[in-house]
Design a protein around this ligand. Structure first.
Ligand code: HEM
Length: 238
């Protein structure tokens, strides 16, 4: 007589707790981007040079108009980057991803980056900021171009990595908005000592620190994230 024995049913593993950075982040990021644009855009939309937050460098009367172009195309780049890195949109609507990608490159990063190169090389905030601006602009255009070329050549892994770097540089403006005021507050008491009473030396140091920190930090963090080891999957998923 056959003996019936109950086959133990393997217990379904409890769903792994998602780390905070794997939870839906697009909403909070979109709010931060919109807040940054709401702060950055208004002085330039009026097309009145008197409203500019960047003083006009001597001998460069067109500076303000290049700055306006940089800010407007930069806003297209920020909104484009937001759409491009949204995993749901990429999966669900690949055609939108492709078209938004073209807008990101050709109506965002490329014109904004070229104008950043021009105004950055003439920055009124001194030589240390000029070098940082020019380096940042070259890297911004370079990473984006490398990502665009990779997708044209069907190297999708390279495309993803270069575009992640490009988007990180696009969002580096957000960090720039934070590091500037922090450097200002920390260094202000040192005007009479470190800066020998010179408001110009103080202002140039604040601008240079925030300019250098914003793109170097985001690039380092992005590279660490790209190089991270893949998360261990539960045996059942494997
Ligand atoms: C890595 C990318 C970027 C570089 C290299 C760059 C470079 C520059 C440069 C050179 C200036 C003039 C200030 C100076 O002389 O130092 C500037 C100003 C500005 N940029 Fe960018 N930029 C970048 C990304 C963006 C993006 C994505 C936006 C988004 C809208 C943006 C918005 C602005 C604004 C609003 C100003 C005027 C400063 C202010 O009103 O506070 N930039 N940027």
């Amino acid at each position: 007589m056959a003996v019936l024995t109950a086959t133990p049913v393997p217990e379904r593993p409890a769903p792994a707790r998602k780390s905070w950075w794997r939870r839906p982040w697009i909403g909070p990021l979109a709010l931060i981007v919109l807040a940054c644009l709401a702060f950055s855009l208004p002085p330039y939309l009026s097309l009145d040079p008197a409203g500019s937050r960047v003083p006009q460098p001597e001998g460069f009367p067109a500076h303000f108009y290049f700055l306006v172009g940089h800010v407007i195309f930069g806003s297209v780049a920020m909104l484009g980057a937001l759409l491009q890195i949204w995993p749901w949109l990429r999966r669900k609507y690949p055609v939108i991803h492709r078209n938004a990608g073209r807008a990101y490159v050709f109506a965002g990063v490329l014109p904004s980056g070229l104008m950043a190169l021009i105004i950055g090389s003439q920055s009124p905030f001194g030589p240390a900021t000029r070098v940082s601006d020019v380096m940042g602009a070259i890297l911004w255009i370079g990473c984006t171009f490398a990502g665009w070329r990779a997708v044209r050549e069907h190297r999708f892994g390279d495309h993803r990595r270069w575009m992640v770097r490009s988007a990180a540089l696009t969002f580096s403006i957000i960090l720039n908005r934070l590091t500037g005021p922090i450097a200002m507050v920390i260094l202000e008491p040192q005007i009479p000592t470190t800066f020998g009473g010179s408001e110009i030396a103080y202002g140039q140091s604040v601008a240079a620190i925030s300019s250098w920190l914003s793109w170097t930090l985001v690039l380092i963090l992005t590279q660490l994230w790209l190089d991270r080891r893949p998360a261990k999957q539960p045996a059942i998923a494997r």
